[in-house]
Design a protein around this ligand. Structure first.
Ligand SMILES: [Zn+2]
Length: 409
């Protein structure tokens, strides 16, 4: 039984209380075996049964649950750095997409890479995330578009989940209607709903289905069709909602009892109230707002209305090409007005809830996965306030040390 000892402050992020309640324990230790936490509490109260066990030294640092990045598009070919410069020169996201850039460019670059190359790239990104303290990552398909290409990506995500040192959770994403189907939208939506969704569920290739609802993507009725099929097939339901304008996405997410509504940069007051009633998790993606110079999701108003707010990267080659989850947390504070404690719970327990994993991950409690991040800070507040180049000294995922910084000279 390994014991992580000499913890200055343990932020367990257990469920009871509001989003700012982290249930901290000073001078703590965590014992785990078989990848599962067995005991967590004050180190001097550590049961004698754990006395002679293998010790890991937290060095008096802050220990938090392994971070959960609950919204990424991590499996893709190519980059789109040119689009950052085009936006800086005044083109809009939609103008670039209409000119053949955007999602279409990544679909082509993804199709051009071999299976091995795609998985190797994504594995590299996951390794970088692990060094930041991340232990669970959601991966969305959506850069295939054609049904066979979506199946290919989901199979590669399953392979990635088997090879990666982190937990990878797969989501089927209805991203946009592929160019060859523009005149036959209804047929594409029908085949996505009636053929792809049941097959993905049957083969266990995803645990959730997500629809991008926006101008240039899918409308509300199309989302109802796809997500109705997803619910019937036993998949969780998620939406990319109200990113570029208020299109009633939050209310639609509430109507469909979605597990999460993601983006919400332009959510209306009525949409916030609907989310509060349905218990849907709002996922704030402040890196996308940063890169697009858009307003951030109103995280403060959401939390104050009683909506749990998760924070994720939206890592993708277009609108959020950084995988830095701690930076997203800092932005959720400075731009979304979350407190650092709220942001931390938003990237641990609340993010796990957005994936339906809050019974397994997201907090440090007996019976949960031994996912831990050791951070160079005395508190969550100080962690995001000082924001070092990489404050993560050690990452434990499923009881295994997957990252450990060498001691400085
Ligand atoms: Zn996204």
């Amino acid at each position: 039984v390994p014991v992580l000892a000499n913890i200055g402050l343990l932020a367990t992020c257990a469920a009871p209380g509001g989003q700012a309640e982290l249930h901290p324990v000073e001078r703590a230790a965590v014992a785990f075996t078989g990848g599962v936490v067995r005991w967590a509490g004050r180190e001097r109260e550590l049961p004698a049964t754990f006395d002679a066990e293998e010790r890991l030294d937290a060095g008096g640092r802050l220990v938090v649950p392994g971070l959960v990045d609950c919204h990424t598009h991590v499996l893709f070919g190519g980059w789109r750095a040119d689009e950052l410069e085009r936006r800086l020169r005044g083109e809009s996201y939609l103008e670039i997409a209409r000119a053949g850039g955007g999602i279409a460019a990544t679909v082509a670059a993804t199709a051009a890479l071999s299976d091995d190359a795609l998985v190797a790239r994504a594995r590299g990104f996951l390794g970088e995330m692990a060094r930041l303290g991340v232990t669970t990552v959601e991966a969305k398909s959506g850069y295939g578009l054609d049904l066979d290409a979506e199946l290919r990506l989901l199979r590669l995500q399953r392979r990635l989940a088997g090879e990666a040192p982190l937990r990878v959770v797969s989501t089927l994403l209805a991203h946009v209607v592929p160019p060859g189907w523009r005149e036959r939208r209804a047929e594409y939506v029908a085949r996505f709903s009636d053929e792809l969704v049941p097959r993905v569920a049957r083969e266990g290739l995803a645990s959730a289905c997500d629809v991008y609802v926006d101008e240039g993507a899918f409308g509300a009725d199309e989302a109802r069709r796809i997500l109705g099929a997803a619910r019937a097939a036993g998949l969780r339901v998620k939406l990319h909602a109200d990113q570029h304008g208020d299109r009633g996405g939050a209310a639609l997410a509430a109507e469909l009892l979605a597990t999460s509504a993601d983006h919400l940069e332009h959510v209306s007051a009525a949409g916030i109230a609907a989310l509060a009633r349905s218990g849907t998790v709002a996922v704030s993606l402040p890196l996308a707002a940063l890169y697009l110079d858009a307003p951030p999701a109103p995280a403060r108003r959401l939390v104050d209305a009683g909506v749990p707010v998760a924070v994720a990267t939206d890592f993708n080659p277009g609108t959020a090409p950084s995988l830095h989850l701690p930076l997203a947390l800092l932005l959720a504070c400075t731009r979304g007005r979350l407190l650092p404690a709220e942001a931390l719970k938003g990237a641990t327990l609340v993010a796990a809830r957005a994936l339906g994993l809050d019974g397994v991950a997201g907090s440090i409690e007996p019976g949960k996965s031994a996912d831990l991040a050791v951070l160079d800070a005395p508190s969550p507040l100080h962690w995001l306030y000082h924001f070092g180049p990489n404050d993560c000294a050690m990452t434990v995922a499923g009881g295994r040390v997957v990252w450990r910084r060498e001691a400085p000279p």
